[in-house]
Design a protein around this ligand. Structure first.
Ligand code: GLU
Length: 450
């Protein structure tokens, strides 16, 4: 699966904080507002609401002959810069508010990475672990048929996300293609199998981008006691698509990956974990836990380990007001979508812990999705080297502009200092300011119709 431990739901943090996706989206926007006073009044408000939400429900005949009704969502947050773009996730706790938050993250991610798409997200409320392959295929096909022309190569382009993968995207493609026969429909969905127009490097893109972004930040941002990844200790929560690829890249760069986890628990070895042995153990036993030469610990304890770089690459809302005071990393890299709640963001900031936000750290996935879309439209197949060097450039550029903007905002006297007291400037805010300014510029150029 593309992202079993990559991008997940807003499973409530263990503490009392209310983890409401709408509040997360609102608070992040509120933090950027004081830096956006120069924009047309009211313009930012248009970004609080998604442009379009679709809720569908449909029946599926199950393997035992019974009928089950499923609910699906597709949200387009914004289409100022281009068609909607974003993943489809299958999860039992999925809800509309969460899909809206994730769709807005896609808008910021695309704007920041200079990818000409708007933000979208969708999925089906289901427990994919309890469905057979046939049932999963039925759910996917029926969901796509319900969406009808609301997705398309130039309107809204889905991709893999939590508990969906290249196979799911093949079903999405096939269903759409049957509904629109005679066209080249490959660009309707990204993250497809290679044989069906998928792109080289797409599966690894999020983990690779996460590593490049971290390396760039460490080398160019003043993080106390962390100037290079060489010799740095790294803790990664999640050993799925993103976590595993990033772990290998960190180790190649000379960092020491001291702890890893999957949904069943974590493993730690202060001297460094043998990543090939870890992957082999997971293949054989279905979990990392029990890898010889490591000690076991819970996912919660793993987050609190002393390290240089902590990479939450699993669930949303993992670091909240309950545990933010116990984080002992110099840098937290949001490989997952929204793993840090706003309250935790504030606590980490006050404690001097740098956060590399999700909209930069995990943008590699959508960047290579864009490359896949381009290849599909041109009936081309690019070499992996070319894709990876284009990815590297886009990621470096995104990190650089965020650092530059942070420095500028930091140096400027705030217009209303009391407003800023509640929302200290961090890299997330700097990134959001850039993304919103880019959108605002295009809104101005296009004009507001009529
Ligand atoms: N689901 C991924 C994300 O959250 C990728 C989306 C895409 O490739 O369109 O960024």
């Amino acid at each position: 699966m593309e992202s079993v431990e990559e991008l997940s739901n807003h499973a409530p943090c263990m503490g009392a904080e209310q983890v409401d996706p709408t509040v997360i989206a609102e608070t992040n926007l509120d933090c950027a507002l004081p830096y956006l006073n120069h924009l047309q009044p009211g313009l930012v408000e248009t970004l609080r609401q998604p442009k379009r939400t679709i809720t569908v429900s449909f029946p599926v005949e199950m393997d035992d002959g019974s009928v089950q009704v499923f609910r699906g969502y597709r949200v387009v947050h914004n289409r100022t810069i281009g068609p909607g773009k974003g993943g489809l996730r299958f999860h039992p706790d999925l809800n509309l508010a969460e899909v809206c938050l994730l769709a807005s993250l896609m808008t910021w991610k695309c704007a920041l990475s200079d990818v000409p798409f708007g933000g979208a997200k969708g999925g089906v409320v289901c427990d994919p672990k309890s469905l057979s392959q046939r049932e999963l295929q039925q759910v996917t096909r029926r969901f796509v048929s319900e969406l009808g022309d609301n997705i398309g190569p130039y309107t809204d382009i889905p991709a893999p996300d939590l508990y969906t993968n290249a196979q799911t995207m093949a079903w999405v493609y096939d269903t759409y293609d049957v509904m629109h026969s005679g066209n080249n429909n490959r660009a309707v969905v990204t993250g497809k199998p290679l044989s069906l127009g998928g792109s080289a490097g797409r599966t690894e893109a999020t983990g690779l981008g996460c590593f490049h972004a971290t390396e760039r930040l460490v080398e160019n941002f003043q993080i106390e006691g962390l100037k290079t990844l060489k010799g740095a200790t790294v803790v990664i929560q999640g050993f799925g698509n993103v976590g595993a690829v990033a772990a290998h890249k960190f180790a190649e760069a000379g960092a020491i990956v001291i702890a890893l986890s999957d949904s069943q628990g974590g493993i730690v070895n202060e001297a460094g974990i043998d990543l090939d042995a870890a992957a082999e153990h997971k293949r054989e036993h279905g979990t990392l836990v029990g890898l010889p030469g490591t000690l076991s610990l819970t996912n919660e304890a793993l987050l609190e380990l002393e390290c240089d770089v902590l990479v939450p690459a699993a669930m949303g809302a993992q670091i909240c007001n309950h545990n933010a005071a116990n984080i002992h990393a110099k840098l937290v890299v949001e490989a997952a979508n929204s793993p840090i709640t706003p309250a935790a963001d504030q606590i980490l900031g006050e404690r001097g812990i740098t956060v590399l936000p999700d909209i930069v750290a995990n943008a590699g996935g959508v960047i290579v999705s864009y490359f896949e879309w381009l290849q599909n439209l041109q009936n081309q197949s690019w070499e992996l080297d070319e894709i990876n060097s284009k990815l590297l450039k886009k990621i470096y550029r995104a990190v650089d502009v965020v650092i530059e903007r942070w420095q500028v905002l930091q140096a400027e006297a705030p217009a209303e200092p009391e407003e800023l007291a509640d929302f200290p400037l961090n890299l997330r805010t700097a990134a959001l300011v850039i993304a919103i300014e880019r959108l605002a510029e295009v809104v101005e150029q296009r004009g507001i119709w009529p």
